[in-house]
Design a protein around this ligand. Sequence first.
Ligand code: ZN
Length: 470
Amino acid sequence: MKRLFVLSMAAVVLSVAGSSLLWAQTAVPEQTVKGPDERFKTDILVVVAHPDDEGGVTPYLARAIYDEHKRVAVVFATRGGSGGNDYSREHGPALADIREQEARTACAKLRITNVWFLEGKDTASQNVLNSLANWSHGANLEALVRIVRLTRPEVIITWLPGVFIGENHGDHQAAGVLATEAFDLAGQETAFPAQVAGATKRLEVYLENLMPWQPKKLYYFSDADDQKQFDGAGPAYSVKEVSPSQKKPYWRLALDAATPHLTQFPEDIHRMTAMSDEQIMKFMEDPRHMWWSEPMTMIFGKASMQSKATDDVFADLNSSVSPSPALISPIEPSGRTWMEIGGPWFYYDRFRQLHHLGQAKGSATPEIAIKAGTSLLIPLMVFHKDNGPTDVEIAVTAPAGWKVKAGEGKFRLPEENRTALLVEVAPPELSKEELKKNAAQEVVVQGVAAGKSIGEVRLRVQLKASALAQ
Ligand SMILES: [Zn+2]
């Protein structure tokens, strides 16, 4: 009876004052739904391998932070536990503890406080595949995708994945591989779905309540000796320009931010911190002392909107964003026999296609630097028909004084559609003086099957007094 009365009264209110009044009288107060943690929203996410690697891009970061008011966060894929300690006695895990703090202090000098470490391990070689194997590639990619979704960067800046004459550190390249993969996966609903699943209860421990996030642009920097080869591959920024807000050149702000890395280059740091401002300016005028190339090119990787390679890093960001195109593995044509370079070069050729990295090319000819006295390894990939064995003949043309140690001659390949082969060539012994003058040389490998050429592989090789293992 009472209920009927209430209902009829409600009908009167509805007919007199309209539905909004009824809503206002009966609705519970509006509740606020929690949004993402804005303390971690970033404009630039830097993804590098080792503590001190951030130094490769700090002149640009100083500009972005001090004069463009961008928020920057850094991910280190390793804690830098191997390598020598040139400052104090600690090594191994203890050194990693120190390097983590050095990296945090270095970042804090540029006002960067959001700093994360993945669980990659220092891997001393030039081969990215060694680093990815030693890093638990999948687990660390998942961790990096999580950080991308948490920090929601507009731009990711990372090491260039590719093989170049230079330091060519496999860990640097692996950081670039992970960052590229994370750029393409973080916006995909089905990649690491537990991260983007809504929490179902207050004490949720598995589902993370993040959202898919598509970063807008991806840029690279490189440890290649020849930085000129990247001219025009992206926007270039002067490292010598004076910061309007800090009244110091960007290189100087970057140098100050490098001083906490005492376990890595204590002599340089001590020498430079003992100098007056005038002395240090004069010292760095000599290009042999300057740590950064002038200008510094940010190599354009890709964008999820219309953007020209050489546009400013933060140009075009308001255009509409589309998720990264689907990753489709290149399909190898079958039925013919051909040979190409294998190993990391082969991997990067497919990697660039898969991730649509049009601008971030490899070197014009495959190249590598090796330590004098060590052998050059030339991995080959031979594609062939898979029904019945294939006979191939491999011939090597090397510069005077180089000796082929293995991988030349006739080979019967098993019944599969691709087979990996390896050529090993020993370089001549050179004196220290000869090494200094030594230019890159080319080794050529030719493949023949059924009397016809199946391809030619060229590898430029530079002998150096020191280099990481190939
Ligand atoms: Zn490094």
